[in-house]
Design a protein around this ligand. Structure first.
Ligand SMILES: [Zn+2]
Length: 410
């Protein structure tokens, strides 16, 4: 066993289920903490150092008075791609909309062309630095979606590349199939939905844990979404949805009806959608403030969602079009300064609630007995400092399953 001691302060949400409403603000704080980690990378004990009886066989690591927080669980990324699209950011600066840029040949379809002409090796080589930087920035579990292939063979290539990102880095990667990201050129909407249901899902469901659909104006309708998700569930997959991002299309309500683990974006969520999410025990409202910032859109109504009793997670949405960032701390800063969340709510949203959005709240997202020893050591005075120090990392070391995987060795 390993004993991480001399942790000046440790902050963690508590629980093995998602936290909603006022519970999101409840942060457990331990002064002069220690974490005893088993050889399998799970936590034997966490608490004040004074409560630990020295174990003769345990190896001890001095954390030098740093502050420990759970590793971030980034529950929404598209971090497997083959090229960047920075010119679109300049087009948005000129006032062009996401849909206009897509109509001019940019958008998701241009990432599709990049992926289709790349090999798995090239995709892994392009994406791996993003995943490694995410780890350096304190993310220890990351969801990665396909969705830039849009054919059975190209989606298979992306799902294989996503798996390799998890094998070739210390990041724990959770894989989502997003064949329903856009309709590829040369196919009608109905032809493509048929292809997803009859070809892609039967061929690819074993390569991903979750199935996601971009349900929105100009993408997939409520009926198409229900059809795709029903098929995915029959094949044993768990469901997530991109919902109410560009327009209100009954996305949040549909997500709850389908029993999804999360409804993501929600920039345009209706009052009815908020009520549906508040009443749901499973569906997490996953907000992506870096995307709102990059699209120059108003932020999702986080305060309203939390005050209504919803469970809110935050994630990066890391993707080459609308959110080129793998930085969860930045997402926390935007949650606090752009969406009026408290630092404690933002940390719960970035850890335990992100884990719940990935069906991992029992094992990930908080520092408690029997959960994974995934934590990050910061040179900061207190939790509030983390979102306050905008865009700058004070991380000293990142620990995944009890092993230091980034930063100083201590
Ligand atoms: Zn997305």
């Amino acid at each position: 066993m390993k004993l991480f001691h001399n942790i000046r302060k440790l902050y963690t949400p508590l629980g093995s289920i998602v936290l909603s409403g006022v519970a999101m603000d409840g942060m457990h704080e331990i002064e002069d903490a220690a974490i005893l980690v088993r050889d399998d990378g799970t936590i034997e004990e966490v608490g004040p150092a004074s409560s630990f009886i020295p174990h003769p066989s345990s190896f001890s690591i001095d954390c030098r008075g740093l502050v420990a927080l759970p590793g971030f669980v980034d529950s929404h990324t598209h971090c497997v791609f083959a090229g960047e699209r920075s010119q679109e950011a300049a087009m948005r600066a000129e006032g062009r909309s996401y849909q206009e840029i897509a109509a001019m040949g940019g958008g998701i379809r241009s990432s599709v062309e990049q992926v289709r002409s790349a090999s798995v090796e090239e995709i892994v080589a392009y994406s791996k630095p993003f995943v490694k930087r995410a780890l350096d920035l304190g993310t220890t579990t990351m969801e990665v979606k396909s969705g830039y292939g849009l054919s059975t063979s190209d989606e298979r290539k992306l799902l294989g590349a996503a798996a390799r990102l998890g094998i070739e880095t210390a990041m724990e990667v959770v894989i989502t199939y997003l064949g329903a990201h856009a309709v590829p050129r040369g196919k009608s909407q109905s032809e493509y939905v048929d292809e997803i249901v009859n070809e892609q899902l039967p061929a690819l469901h074993g390569l991903a844990e979750f199935c996601d659909v971009f349900m929105d104006e100009g993408y997939f309708t409520r009926e198409e979404t229900i059809r795709i998700c029903t098929r995915a569930k029959e094949l044993g997959m768990k469901i997530k949805l991109h919902a109410d991002e560009l327009a209100e299309t009954d996305g949040a309500h549909t997500a709850v009806q389908l029993g999804t683990y999360s409804a993501d974006h929600l920039l345009k969520i209706s009052e009815e959608g908020i009520r549906a999410l508040a009443a749901s025990e499973r569906t997490v409202a996953t907000l992506l403030p870096i995307t709102a910032l990059s699209l120059r859109a108003p932020y999702a109504p986080a305060r309203k969602l939390i005050d209504a009793g919803c469970a809110v997670a935050i994630a990066t949405d890391c993707n080459p079009g609308s959110a080129m960032s793998e930085n969860m701390q930045l997402a926390m800063s935007l949650a606090v300064f752009g969406m009026q969340m408290t630092p404690a709510e933002a940390l719960t949203a970035a850890t335990l609630n992100g884990a719940a959005a990935l069906d991992r709240a029992k094992t990930h997202g908080s520092l408690e007995r029997n959960k994974l020893a995934d934590f990050v050591l910061y040179d900061i005075p207190r939790l509030d400092y983390l979102p306050y120090h905008v865009g700058v990392s004070d991380i000293v070391s990142v620990v995944k399953r009890g092993k230091i995987v980034s930063g100083e060795k201590l």
